[in-house]
Design a protein. Structure first.
Lengths: 290, 417
């Protein structure tokens, strides 16, 4: 029983980090159709923002979160205004452009923060493990789990319960008709992109004390994020959640049965097969796109 | 060069000798003179300054440059200045080979100091073998190599593990969990570890390799909890080390009962993970920044003065530093016309130097180096407390795990048993 419980908690922990990383991408890729290869580097930028804020102002990880959201969101907003908005009619070119943004961000960090691994402090009260249901688990991982859920709920409310979300969904369905109804598509796109980038930044901030902070850390995260979003189905928050959970548990179970190297390969293979069978992802939403 | 009377006389004398001894001799003499032309000795410095391993390799570049500056400040080698030619191979083995060729053929360097990863070393070997040049490799590595064109100054598995494993068994117990990154170095180290464990009656309760750059260790940590090893023997490298240590502590594991014993965790990784996450774990290496010797105090002080107060020295940058001084001693033994890579190699054999870690010596049998293994326990300060030191220098045995194979001056020899 204990073994099963610990197995599930491993899977949940992996899943919550995946969800955190993928949420921002789901917004950008899902609503805007931009294949954002700079997503991993927004995650990296979030981690470095925390490092910088901690080093310069001695801030606690939790109090840095709003600032990180604004910093990385701001960078995302700039990227959209300066570059990506010119490429909405050329989706393939956005791949190259966003990859370029990623490279620029990485090198900028190398220049200004140096290439060495950086240290981000974990909040003191979350370092030691806690006992729940007679099982010892990392307090910080539970904290990440809770925040992932909180951000998910916030995003859900933003999309489905606000005026902004309504406009966003309208544009997703048909950009031209929405514009006829007086929706400023450019502004909505810019804010959406900024929001997605900001979420990536928060994800980076949250994983940094558990993992490591280096200029090239984004590469593996962007792969994970795409894996989740593609499997879950574009434009579906529920799909993102479900696929994070499926991939997380599969990863955890396979890693326990064999090792992480095998688990990674098998999960990839599984996703490839699933995409072959369900090209739209597990939770495709039927919408007409212009 | 200014033409003055003395140089003019020397020049005419040389021309006279050349004329007397005939054509082939001139040819050979000219070729070797080109290596130390104009009172300068050119050496290559081949460490990545960009790319994935740039972090650590930059410190190797720094240590090398610092040693060269020291040599020149002290008057050079027999009056000749050492001129470093720095190339950036960008953490890419193919670029390593290309830059090595440029250093050896284009720049006519008499030796090249370089490489951190085994992959990059393997990539440049054909260049050095083809042009009979000499490569100085400072990193601890998996052994099982015996090139006649390399001087190896880093530790091989027997040097890091011979004292470490028995010490771990004595202090913590016989159950070992082996965890490493998925490439050749951890696998060879674990081979040696398993042989030692078998001899000492130890037991391997798990052996596992994670992808390079892996950062999600929750499944691995779960297995630690299930198998309850006495020691976690880690050859995980790079930023994975940081992630593993942080998640270990966050999961509530206790280094007093189940310490991680590593061959790859250095001051740099501990600084990145935060001292409190490294505290209580162990590393075996010939060098620690905190080692108490006059040579080391001088080395650390000079390094910080030259490259910045916050810089750390580690078990790779120290050999990168002392191997340049071994090079100096070898070249100093040679006449000006004899400064060629093969002659330097011969002259380097048996050279001893008082390095920061202790007196080291290049083994004439296999061109590897006698070193002083130590066991350090990491402290919350980010430095290691040295709790065991080898009583004598330890002989390098690159084929320790492969009975019947021996490294000799002419390459690896298979002994029929």
């Amino acid at each position: 029983m204990n073994a099963i419980a610990s197995q599930i908690s491993v899977g949940l922990s992996i899943a919550s980090i995946l969800l955190l990383i993928a949420l921002g991408l789901a917004i950008i890729y899902g609503t805007m159709g931009v294949i954002n290869l700079a997503h991993g580097d927004f995650v990296m930028l979030g981690a470095y923002s925390v490092w910088f804020l901690q080093k310069q102002f001695g801030m606690n990880l939790i109090t840095t979160l709003p600032f990180v959201f604004l910093i990385v969101g701001g960078v995302g907003w700039l990227a959209e205004r300066l570059l990506i908005r010119h490429l909405y009619q050329r989706p393939l070119d956005t791949i190259l452009a966003t990859w370029g943004i990623g490279v620029i961000l990485q090198q900028a960090i190398r220049l200004f923060a140096g290439a060495e691994l950086r240290y981000v402090k974990m909040p003191q009260f979350l370092i030691n493990p806690v006992h729940i249901f007679g099982y010892e688990d990392s307090a910080y991982r539970i904290f990440i789990f809770a925040l992932a859920i909180a951000l998910l709920v916030a995003t859900y409310l933003l999309i489905y319960r606000t005026e902004f979300g309504l406009r966003m969904r309208a544009i997703t369905q048909n950009r031209d008709v929405s514009r006829c109804f007086g929706i400023n598509a450019g502004r909505i796109y810019a804010l959406t992109f900024a929001y997605g980038a900001g979420l990536a930044g928060i994800a980076g901030a949250l994983v940094s004390p558990l993992k490591s902070v280096a200029p090239d850390m984004g590469t593996s995260y962007v792969v994970d994020a795409f894996l989740v979003v593609v499997l879950g189905g574009v434009q579906s928050l529920l799909g993102t959640v479900a696929s994070s959970y499926v991939i997380g548990q599969a990863d955890g179970v396979l890693a326990s049965l064999s090792d992480d190297t095998i688990a990674k390969a098998v999960v990839f293979l599984g996703v490839v097969v699933l995409i072959r069978l369900f090209p739209q992802g597990l939770f495709a939403m039927r919408v007409r796109r212009s | 060069m200014k033409i003055n009377r003395r140089n003019f006389l020397k020049g005419t004398a040389a021309a006279g000798v050349a004329a007397a001894t005939g054509f082939p001799h001139i040819w050979i003499k000219n070729a070797s003179l080109a290596y130390a032309a104009g009172g300068e000795i050119k050496v290559g410095v081949l460490y990545s300054l960009t790319g994935t391993t740039a972090i650590i390799e930059t410190s190797l570049n720094h240590a090398t440059i610092m040693a060269i500056e020291e040599i020149n400040a002290a008057g050079g080698i027999n009056g000749m200045k050492v001129v470093p030619v720095v190339e950036d191979p960008a953490s890419d083995p193919a670029t390593f080979a290309e830059k090595a060729r440029r250093l050896v053929v284009g720049e006519k360097c008499v030796s090249v100091f370089g490489s951190y990863t085994s992959a990059s070393r393997k990539a440049v070997l054909p260049v050095f073998e083809k042009y009979h040049n000499l490569y100085w490799y400072p990193t601890l590595y998996e052994g099982r190599e015996c090139s006649t064109n390399v001087i190896y100054t880093g530790a091989v598995p027997n040097q890091q593990q011979k004292d470490f494993i028995p010490w771990l068994i004595k202090n913590f117990g016989k159950k070992f969990y082996l965890i490493g990154s998925n490439y050749i170095y951890p696998k060879e180290e674990n081979n040696v570890c398993k042989i030692l464990l078998k001899r000492l009656g130890g037991e391997v309760v798990g052996e596992e390799y994670v992808p390079l750059g892996h950062s999600e260790f929750s499944a691995v940590i779960n297995k630690f909890k299930e198998t309850q090893p006495n020691v976690i023997f880690s050859t995980v490298v790079g930023d994975s080390v940081v992630a593993l240590h942080r998640q270990y502590k966050a999961a509530g594991l206790n280094p007093k009962k189940m310490p991680m014993a590593s061959l790859t965790t250095s001051e740099d990784e501990v600084a990145a993970m935060g001292g409190e996450f490294g505290a209580g774990h162990f590393t075996s290496a010939p060098y620690f920044m905190s080692y108490d010797s006059p040579e080391n105090h001088r080395f650390v002080e000079a390094f910080k003065k030259r490259w910045g107060k916050d810089k750390t020295t580690n078990f790779v940058s120290e050999p990168a530093y002392f191997q340049v001084h071994l090079f100096r001693q070898a070249v100093a033994k040679l006449g000006k016309g004899d400064i060629t890579p093969p002659q330097i190699r011969k002259a380097a054999w048996g050279q001893e130097y008082k390095a920061p870690e202790g007196l080291v010596k290049i083994d004439p049998k296999n061109s590897h180096t006698y070193l002083w293994p130590k066991i350090g326990e990491w402290q919350a300060s980010g430095q290691a407390k040295i709790i065991e030191e080898s009583k004598e220098w330890v002989e390098p045995l690159p084929y320790w795990a492969y009975p019947g194979q021996v490294c000799t001056p002419t390459g690896m020899v298979e002994k029929k048993s």
